[in-house]
Design a protein around this ligand. Structure first.
Ligand SMILES: [Fe+2]
Length: 370
């Protein structure tokens, strides 16, 4: 167990209907003009109109940027920051799934700092101030609301870059499970499995510590108690709340530790074959858990996590993934060398508890893609 230097989480407002407290949150920040960064789907669901109405009634101006995209690129971030520079907000709100929150976070880097997002790959490279940032997730998945990293794809290659800074962490996160009711079932499925992978990867990565393990353990129990209903499309408000709560705690776990081989091997599948992140991670996760289980101290962590389940972790995991009824994407086995080469450069792979070499990565892809 590593010595712990914990990063604080945002102030978290959790509970049904708490979007209504958005004006009070902004008042505590002294805001008069918020820029809401979101996407068309969230606007179409009516969430943005509700938030804007709350703000207008409280005398706070709201401007909306609805151009965030899945897997935002450097150019997407620049489009958002160019817009923000033209309207001069005093607070940024990331409202939507991980992509909207990442777009808002990335925009915050570029508002008062020079260059492109690639210049901020790593941690703590932004010298100038950022605006106060508030996160409102509408999916229960990425945990981006509790992380100081913006995940941005490099233009051209679509390589995922993690650009972090303590100033990029949300000051406040509103977790309102009423907002997750509007997500399509496919989004609920993919984001739930991504959150599950966050809990499992952060629980065993080499940067795990007393604080991150507390977050990842509680995140796993919350997610495990909800995910089968979420995948079946039968989750009620209370269950969706547990999923949202668990996904946020998994985000706190990542913020205080890291991820591992499932994300390292999933990212090239997304970059090369456009496989959605949640699906790519889910394709790799059982094979990574099996690999990591070979280390006795990791097997003990998995046994502890699974103590309330009706089966050993790997069996429960495979049964749960089956509930998603994925059809396996067609990826030629001839792509494995290229994928393995890309995965070997992924930052998260360095923190997997079983070291990843080229042979190990190749074996993971062969197992997942055959
Ligand atoms: Fe993820």
């Amino acid at each position: 167990m590593h010595p712990t230097d914990a990063r604080p989480s945002p102030r978290i407002l959790f509970g049904a209907g708490r979007l209504a407290e958005l004006p009070d949150c902004l008042a505590t920040l002294g805001s008069k003009h918020a820029l809401i960064v979101t996407d068309f789907g969230i606007v179409a669901a009516g969430h943005v109109a509700r938030a804007t109405a709350f703000l207008t009634a409280a005398g706070i101006r709201a401007t909306v940027f609805e151009g965030s995209h899945i897997n935002p690129t450097e150019s997407d971030i620049e489009a958002c920051s160019d817009f923000a520079k033209s309207v001069h907000p005093d607070v940024l709100i990331g409202f939507g799934g991980g992509s909207s929150m990442d777009t808002a976070k990335g925009c915050n880097f570029l508002l008062h700092n020079p260059g492109r997002m690639a210049d901020y790959m790593g941690y703590g490279l932004a010298k100038n101030a950022m605006l106060p940032f508030l996160a409102i997730p509408t999916t229960a998945g990425t945990g981006s609301e509790c992380q100081s990293y913006a995940i941005v794809s490099r233009d051209g290659t679509h390589e995922k870059m993690a650009c972090g800074d303590p100033k990029a962490l949300a000051l406040i996160a509103i977790l309102d499970p009423e907002l997750t009711a509007s997500q399509p079932q496919s989004v609920a499925t993919l984001t739930a499995l991504d959150a599950l992978s966050h809990a499992l990867e952060s629980a065993v990565c080499t940067k795990r510590n007393a604080i991150s393990s507390s977050f990842s353990t509680e995140a796993f129990h919350l997610i495990a108690s909800a995910i089968q209903d979420v995948l079946a499309g039968t989750a009620d408000l209370e269950t969706r709340g547990r999923m949202l709560h668990g996904a946020a705690l998994a985000g706190c776990a990542i913020e205080n530790s890291m991820l591992g081989a499932a994300h390292a091997t999933a990212n090239p599948l997304t970059a090369r074959f456009n496989i959605p992140h949640g699906l790519a991670v889910t394709m790799m996760l059982p094979h990574v858990v099996r690999l990591n289980h070979s280390a006795p101290e990791i097997a003990a962590i998995y046994r502890n996590l699974a103590r309330d389940l009706d089966a050993p972790l790997i069996d429960w995991l495979e049964k749960t993934i089956c509930l998603a009824h994925f059809s396996k994407p067609e990826i030629p086995l001839t792509a494995i060398p290229e994928l393995a080469e890309a995965a070997s450069h992924q930052w998260t792979g360095r923190f997997n508890p079983v070291p990843l070499d080229h042979t190990t990565i190749t074996t993971l892809y062969q197992a997942a893609l055959s």
